[in-house]
Ligand binder design. Structure first.
Ligand SMILES: [Fe+2]
Length: 363
């Protein structure tokens, strides 16, 4: 994926520990040669830097004297909604970290590895540069609206009130809402859960979280949802049902090739979430996007052409961007980002997640 922007991203790194700050400075200066790097030893110093720089991303320690990382990121979210926000933390209080997800796109475990920060950000910045409409870019990055339907939030909360509810039953309910499904994967794949490899299996994610943490997550979403626009029910159903069909086809194909579980899980979610960007665009642009979908059904123009005309980006790019901020595996992100790209050819013998998803989508 090539970047359409030549502007160097400005990244602010914040840590009150002088040793960690200087070691990260040394390492990041080596790996992130294409970024303008800024370093601050407190939240106040970071905000001071922001007076002269619009940050592309702020990466901050959670625990700092004075302003902590979550408060700093809340300020960044308010004044620079287009900035990517990452927290790193050595804290073990899972509930506090889960709450920090409402302001941070991702949470990394401490000590923070400069290469890990570089990788976490590079792909998101690359896709962000493809979102031509600043309003859409700002809206998606701000994270104020997550494409989860209100009824799913209430369904899960009522399920969680049942004594001894089984993880399987919760999983069945989560599967009905792609936004909630993705948000749970975002949290479980944050480094504070210490997973060695990405978790793409929602049943496994629910088991690892347990009922109490799941309740904290869904209650957080309920609060965030108070001011959100309503998701269109028909669009949600269509995106979910076509996603499930595609995902079932890709699973059959992957199984024929005898691929390992991790690979088939990645193919599954790359297929399931392929059109997730339609939900993101519908909460970003509201009825205007629904009209565009309607027009594409009755006009000669394709949906992606109409999307490009209106937003200077497609649902493929918007979905891939949000899921990249949410730490989905890079193979999944690349497959989603390019799924509407007709020039991408299919390999005779499929190898990558993208190859398998593309073949399954054309059958
Ligand atoms: Fe699509």
């Amino acid at each position: 994926m090539s970047s359409s922007s030549n502007v160097r991203p400005s990244i602010i790194f914040v840590d009150d520990d002088p040793m960690l700050l200087s070691s990260t400075r040394r390492r990041l200066t080596l790996v992130a040669r294409n970024w303008d790097l800024h370093f601050a030893d407190s939240g106040a110093a970071a905000l001071e830097i922001c007076k002269g720089v619009v940050p592309s991303a702020v990466v901050t320690d959670m625990r700092m004297p004075g302003m902590d990382g979550a408060v700093l990121l809340k300020e960044i979210q308010r004044y620079f909604p287009e900035s990517i926000r990452i927290i790193f933390s050595g804290q073990t209080d899972q509930d506090a970290l889960i709450q920090a997800h409402s302001v941070a796109h991702s949470i990394l475990a401490k000590p923070c590895d400069a290469d890990q920060i570089y990788q976490a950000l590079q792909l998101s910045l690359e896709i962000q540069s493809r979102l031509g409409d600043p309003e859409i870019r700002r809206f998606v990055t701000s994270g104020r609206t997550i494409p989860v339907s209100t009824s799913s939030i209430f369904d899960i909360l009522s399920l969680l009130r049942e004594p001894d509810v089984s993880p399987k039953k919760i999983g069945e309910s989560v599967r009905n809402d792609l936004g909630l499904y993705a948000y749970i994967l975002k949290i479980i794949n944050s480094s504070h859960f210490g997973m060695r490899s990405p978790v793409c299996d929602i049943d496994q994610a629910i088991l690892l979280l347990g009922a109490s943490q799941l309740r904290t997550i869904v209650c957080g979403l309920k609060l965030a949802h108070a001011l959100s626009p309503t998701l269109d029910k028909n669009l949600c159903t269509e995106v979910l049902e076509t996603g499930i069909l595609r995902a079932q086809k890709v699973l059959q194909l992957v199984q024929k090739h005898g691929k390992p579980k991790m690979f088939s899980d990645e193919c599954y979610i790359a297929s399931l979430f392929q059109d997730f960007g339609k939900l993101v665009l519908s909460v970003s642009a509201g009825s205007r996007y629904l009209q565009i979908i309607e027009h594409s059904r009755h006009q000669a123009s394709s949906l992606v052409d109409l999307e490009r005309e209106a937003f200077r980006c497609t649902h493929a790019e918007v979905g891939a961007y949000l899921l990249s901020l949410w730490s989905f595996p890079s193979s999944v992100i690349r497959s989603i980002c390019r799924h509407e790209d007709l020039q991408s050819s299919v390999q005779e013998e499929p190898e990558t997640v993208e190859d398998f998803v593309r073949i399954a989508s054309t059958r």
